[in-house]
Design a protein around this ligand. Structure first.
Ligand code: OAD
Length: 252
């Protein structure tokens, strides 16, 4: 299973490339692809942090939906054969009840942070005392003092993969995910626009290994082109479609 932002859309979390994804800093509107970069963090760390703390608040408010819950049932039914590769950093698969050993969060977790200088690889939960920020609200000095590395005291950064960074095994499970994709019999892709690298590898490695590919999305997308000639496409909201797919798989 490969999920993207569309799976959390019905929980009220704006998708990454949808029109609600833009963010204003000063007089300028930034596209998420410009802000979710190491380069932006170097240039304006507290503006980038403000964006993440706003989005972290949205994710904390959100509740898992029927699609997340359907995937919990699938994991319970196929404990040794199910893997859930997610691009979502919102943590809703885990909050719905999917097991740690099933969920591979390949873009990180918006509730966590780590040392910006990587003095230690460990990531920790962003402290509870760090509040959700409103849109446009700056990070206060009190909050800045909480967003620091526990070891070196330097600035912490969100534990997410940025566009100008590479996947690795330690933080983003890249080798594990590649290996599992090459062993898959069925790859169901849900709610992603197919713009990132590792998801492409999941689908193409699976395809090469003879897996059936199914694409579930509101709209056509490049994975749909692959799925059309394989297991097929489903065009509709993810929550109902995932529930239907899981019901069907568990009966069959
Ligand atoms: P996008 O925002 O690019 O795409 C969301 C997809 O979900 C689109 O194809 C929509 O058509 C579809 N969609 C929206 N609502 C849906 C619904 N209710 N049911 C089904 N489909 C729906 O999000 P991603 O593809 O997940 O990484 O973006 C991939 C990554 O780009 C993100 O994880 C982000 C960025 O790099 C990081 O921030 C690390």
């Amino acid at each position: 299973m490969l999920t993207g932002a569309g799976v959390s859309a019905e929980s009220g979390i704006p998708t990454f490339r949808g029109k609600e994804g833009y963010w204003t800093v000063g007089a300028r509107e930034y596209h998420p692809q410009e802000l979710a970069t190491h380069q932006a963090f170097e240039r304006m760390p507290w503006e980038v942090w403000a964006w993440y703390l706003y989005r972290r608040g949205v994710c904390r408010q959100a509740e898992p939906n029927a699609g997340h819950r359907a995937l919990v049932r699938l994991g319970e039914a196929l404990p040794e054969r199910f893997v859930l590769v997610t691009q979502n950093v919102d943590g809703l698969h885990a909050r719905a009840g999917s097991l740690d050993r099933h969920v591979k969060a390949i873009h990180g977790d918006i509730q966590q942070m780590r040392c910006a200088r990587a003095c230690v690889p460990d990531r920790v939960a962003i402290p509870d005392a760090v509040p959700a920020l409103a849109k446009g609200e700056p990070v206060s000095d009190e909050v800045k003092a909480l967003l620091v590395c526990g070891r070196c005291g330097g600035m912490a950064r969100p534990h997410v993969l940025w566009f100008d960074e590479s996947y690795d095994e330690e933080r983003y499970h890249v080798e594990t995910v590649r290996r599992l994709a090459a062993e898959a019999a069925l790859v169901v892709v849900a709610g992603t626009s197919a713009q990132t690298n590792l998801p492409w590898q999941v689908v193409t490695l699976g395809q090469r290994a003879g897996a059936t590919i199914v694409d579930l999305n509101l709209e056509d997308n490049p994975f749909g082109e692959i799925a059309k000639n394989s297991g097929g496409v489903i065009r509709g909201p993810a929550a109902a479609a995932l529930t239907a797919i899981v019901d069907r798989l568990l009966v069959g």
